[in-house]
Design a binder for this molecule. Structure first.
Ligand SMILES: CC(C)(COP(=O)(O)OP(=O)(O)OC[C@H]1O[C@@H](n2cnc3c(N)ncnc32)[C@H](O)[C@@H]1OP(=O)(O)O)[C@@H](O)C(=O)NCCC(=O)NCCS
Length: 167
Protein backbone atom coordinates (compact mmCIF):
# COMPACT_ATOMS: atom_id res chain seq x y z
CA UNK A 1 0.00 0.00 0.00
CA UNK A 2 1.61 3.28 -1.08
CA UNK A 3 2.07 6.05 1.47
CA UNK A 4 2.87 9.65 0.60
CA UNK A 5 3.06 13.02 2.33
CA UNK A 6 -0.21 14.90 2.66
CA UNK A 7 -0.49 18.09 0.58
CA UNK A 8 -2.87 21.03 0.21
CA UNK A 9 -4.88 18.90 -2.25
CA UNK A 10 -5.76 16.50 0.58
CA UNK A 11 -7.91 18.95 2.56
CA UNK A 12 -11.10 17.14 1.48
CA UNK A 13 -9.69 13.74 2.43
CA UNK A 14 -8.62 15.04 5.82
CA UNK A 15 -12.14 16.34 6.40
CA UNK A 16 -13.56 12.91 5.50
CA UNK A 17 -11.09 11.21 7.84
CA UNK A 18 -11.87 13.61 10.69
CA UNK A 19 -15.54 12.74 10.24
CA UNK A 20 -14.62 9.04 10.54
CA UNK A 21 -12.70 9.77 13.73
CA UNK A 22 -15.69 11.63 15.19
CA UNK A 23 -17.95 8.73 14.14
CA UNK A 24 -15.61 5.93 15.21
CA UNK A 25 -18.44 3.94 16.80
CA UNK A 26 -19.95 3.37 13.36
CA UNK A 27 -23.03 5.44 14.20
CA UNK A 28 -23.34 8.74 12.40
CA UNK A 29 -23.15 10.87 15.52
CA UNK A 30 -21.86 13.75 13.37
CA UNK A 31 -22.98 14.57 9.84
CA UNK A 32 -20.58 16.24 7.40
CA UNK A 33 -22.68 19.41 7.74
CA UNK A 34 -22.45 19.39 11.52
CA UNK A 35 -18.72 18.79 11.36
CA UNK A 36 -18.28 21.67 8.92
CA UNK A 37 -20.09 23.99 11.35
CA UNK A 38 -18.22 22.78 14.43
CA UNK A 39 -15.58 25.28 15.52
CA UNK A 40 -13.69 22.61 17.47
CA UNK A 41 -13.40 20.35 14.41
CA UNK A 42 -12.24 23.31 12.32
CA UNK A 43 -9.16 23.62 14.51
CA UNK A 44 -7.78 20.41 13.02
CA UNK A 45 -8.43 21.49 9.43
CA UNK A 46 -8.55 25.26 9.00
CA UNK A 47 -6.02 26.55 6.49
CA UNK A 48 -4.49 23.12 5.87
CA UNK A 49 -1.57 22.97 5.49
CA UNK A 50 -0.35 25.61 7.90
CA UNK A 51 3.31 26.08 8.66
CA UNK A 52 4.41 23.22 10.90
CA UNK A 53 1.59 20.86 9.83
CA UNK A 54 2.57 17.48 8.45
CA UNK A 55 0.74 14.35 7.45
CA UNK A 56 0.69 11.14 5.47
CA UNK A 57 -1.87 9.60 3.13
CA UNK A 58 -2.39 5.94 2.29
CA UNK A 59 -3.62 5.06 -1.18
CA UNK A 60 -4.60 2.02 -3.16
CA UNK A 61 -2.32 0.96 -5.98
CA UNK A 62 -4.56 2.96 -8.32
CA UNK A 63 -4.26 6.16 -6.30
CA UNK A 64 -7.57 6.14 -4.42
CA UNK A 65 -7.26 7.37 -0.85
CA UNK A 66 -7.55 4.80 1.96
CA UNK A 67 -6.85 6.95 4.98
CA UNK A 68 -4.68 9.64 6.49
CA UNK A 69 -2.83 10.76 9.59
CA UNK A 70 -1.74 14.30 10.27
CA UNK A 71 -0.48 16.48 13.07
CA UNK A 72 -0.89 20.13 13.97
CA UNK A 73 0.16 22.35 16.88
CA UNK A 74 -2.73 24.18 18.50
CA UNK A 75 -2.54 27.13 20.90
CA UNK A 76 -3.53 26.81 24.54
CA UNK A 77 -6.50 29.18 24.09
CA UNK A 78 -7.85 27.13 21.14
CA UNK A 79 -6.73 23.62 22.01
CA UNK A 80 -7.69 20.29 20.51
CA UNK A 81 -9.28 17.47 22.49
CA UNK A 82 -5.84 15.95 23.10
CA UNK A 83 -3.98 19.14 23.99
CA UNK A 84 -0.77 18.67 25.99
CA UNK A 85 1.28 21.79 25.22
CA UNK A 86 1.47 24.36 22.40
CA UNK A 87 4.68 22.82 21.08
CA UNK A 88 3.24 19.28 20.99
CA UNK A 89 1.31 18.58 17.79
CA UNK A 90 -1.91 16.64 18.15
CA UNK A 91 -2.55 13.92 15.61
CA UNK A 92 -5.67 12.73 13.86
CA UNK A 93 -5.85 9.27 12.32
CA UNK A 94 -8.45 7.44 10.31
CA UNK A 95 -8.85 4.72 7.71
CA UNK A 96 -11.90 4.82 5.48
CA UNK A 97 -14.56 2.14 6.04
CA UNK A 98 -13.96 -0.94 3.93
CA UNK A 99 -10.18 -0.67 4.34
CA UNK A 100 -9.85 -1.22 8.09
CA UNK A 101 -8.23 -4.10 9.89
CA UNK A 102 -5.56 -4.64 7.24
CA UNK A 103 -2.64 -2.78 8.78
CA UNK A 104 -3.19 0.61 7.13
CA UNK A 105 -3.80 2.44 10.40
CA UNK A 106 -0.62 1.06 11.93
CA UNK A 107 1.35 1.90 8.76
CA UNK A 108 -0.01 5.45 8.69
CA UNK A 109 0.75 6.09 12.34
CA UNK A 110 4.25 4.64 12.06
CA UNK A 111 4.91 6.83 9.01
CA UNK A 112 3.58 9.90 10.81
CA UNK A 113 5.92 9.34 13.74
CA UNK A 114 8.82 8.97 11.30
CA UNK A 115 7.73 12.10 9.45
CA UNK A 116 7.65 13.98 12.78
CA UNK A 117 11.29 13.13 13.38
CA UNK A 118 12.13 14.13 9.78
CA UNK A 119 10.76 17.67 10.17
CA UNK A 120 13.32 20.51 9.84
CA UNK A 121 13.06 20.81 13.63
CA UNK A 122 12.43 17.22 14.66
CA UNK A 123 9.17 16.72 16.54
CA UNK A 124 9.76 14.24 19.34
CA UNK A 125 6.36 14.50 21.04
CA UNK A 126 2.93 13.81 19.59
CA UNK A 127 -0.39 13.79 21.44
CA UNK A 128 -3.86 12.48 20.69
CA UNK A 129 -7.28 12.01 22.21
CA UNK A 130 -9.07 8.67 22.19
CA UNK A 131 -12.59 8.21 23.47
CA UNK A 132 -13.36 5.50 26.01
CA UNK A 133 -14.17 2.23 24.26
CA UNK A 134 -12.34 2.96 21.00
CA UNK A 135 -10.14 -0.09 20.26
CA UNK A 136 -7.68 2.27 18.55
CA UNK A 137 -6.23 2.73 22.04
CA UNK A 138 -4.49 -0.64 21.63
CA UNK A 139 -2.79 0.55 18.47
CA UNK A 140 -1.59 3.69 20.22
CA UNK A 141 -0.33 1.82 23.27
CA UNK A 142 1.50 -0.70 21.09
CA UNK A 143 3.40 2.16 19.43
CA UNK A 144 4.43 3.64 22.78
CA UNK A 145 1.75 6.25 23.46
CA UNK A 146 0.99 6.56 27.16
CA UNK A 147 -1.98 8.06 28.91
CA UNK A 148 -1.15 11.48 30.35
CA UNK A 149 -4.59 12.90 31.08
CA UNK A 150 -8.34 12.90 30.71
CA UNK A 151 -10.67 15.20 28.80
CA UNK A 152 -14.32 14.36 29.28
CA UNK A 153 -14.78 10.72 28.33
CA UNK A 154 -11.45 10.47 26.53
CA UNK A 155 -7.86 9.71 27.32
CA UNK A 156 -5.15 12.11 26.26
CA UNK A 157 -2.10 10.10 25.15
CA UNK A 158 1.45 11.20 24.47
CA UNK A 159 4.29 9.63 22.53
CA UNK A 160 7.81 10.74 23.34
CA UNK A 161 10.31 9.56 20.74
CA UNK A 162 14.05 9.59 21.20
CA UNK A 163 15.50 12.64 19.41
CA UNK A 164 17.32 11.73 16.19
CA UNK A 165 21.10 12.15 16.29
CA UNK A 166 22.21 15.68 15.32
CA UNK A 167 23.64 15.72 11.80
C1 LIG B 1 -8.40 3.19 14.32
C2 LIG B 1 -8.05 2.92 12.87
C3 LIG B 1 -7.35 4.14 12.30
C4 LIG B 1 -7.10 1.73 12.82
O1 LIG B 1 -6.77 1.50 11.47
P1 LIG B 1 -6.85 0.00 10.88
O2 LIG B 1 -6.27 0.04 9.52
O3 LIG B 1 -8.25 -0.47 11.01
O4 LIG B 1 -5.94 -0.76 11.93
P2 LIG B 1 -4.80 -1.83 11.67
O5 LIG B 1 -5.31 -2.90 10.76
O6 LIG B 1 -3.56 -1.13 11.29
O7 LIG B 1 -4.67 -2.45 13.12
C5 LIG B 1 -3.87 -1.83 14.09
C6 LIG B 1 -4.35 -2.13 15.49
O8 LIG B 1 -5.50 -1.39 15.72
C7 LIG B 1 -6.25 -2.00 16.80
N1 LIG B 1 -7.63 -1.81 16.39
C8 LIG B 1 -8.08 -0.66 15.83
N2 LIG B 1 -9.39 -0.74 15.58
C9 LIG B 1 -9.79 -1.96 15.95
C10 LIG B 1 -11.04 -2.61 15.96
N3 LIG B 1 -12.15 -2.05 15.49
N4 LIG B 1 -11.11 -3.84 16.46
C11 LIG B 1 -10.01 -4.43 16.93
N5 LIG B 1 -8.77 -3.86 16.93
C12 LIG B 1 -8.67 -2.63 16.47
C13 LIG B 1 -5.75 -3.39 16.92
O9 LIG B 1 -5.07 -3.42 18.17
C14 LIG B 1 -4.72 -3.56 15.80
O10 LIG B 1 -3.65 -4.26 16.32
P3 LIG B 1 -2.89 -5.42 15.49
O11 LIG B 1 -2.10 -4.69 14.42
O12 LIG B 1 -2.02 -6.04 16.53
O13 LIG B 1 -3.98 -6.30 14.95
C15 LIG B 1 -9.32 2.59 12.01
O14 LIG B 1 -9.93 1.45 12.52
C16 LIG B 1 -10.33 3.74 11.96
O15 LIG B 1 -10.21 4.63 11.12
N6 LIG B 1 -11.31 3.74 12.86
C17 LIG B 1 -12.34 4.79 12.87
C18 LIG B 1 -11.74 6.16 13.18
C19 LIG B 1 -10.97 6.17 14.50
O16 LIG B 1 -11.34 5.53 15.45
N7 LIG B 1 -9.88 6.94 14.49
C20 LIG B 1 -9.08 7.12 15.68
C21 LIG B 1 -9.70 8.12 16.57
S1 LIG B 1 -8.75 8.28 18.08
Amino acid sequence: MPLRSATAHDAGLLRDVLLEAYNWTGEQRFTAERLAADPYAARYLAGWPREGDFGVVAETGTGDPIGAAWARRLPEDEPGYGFVAPDVPELTLGVLPGHRGRGHGRALLTALVRSALDQPRPVTRLSLSVEDGNPAVRLYASLGFVRVGRNGGSDTMLLTSPAPPAS
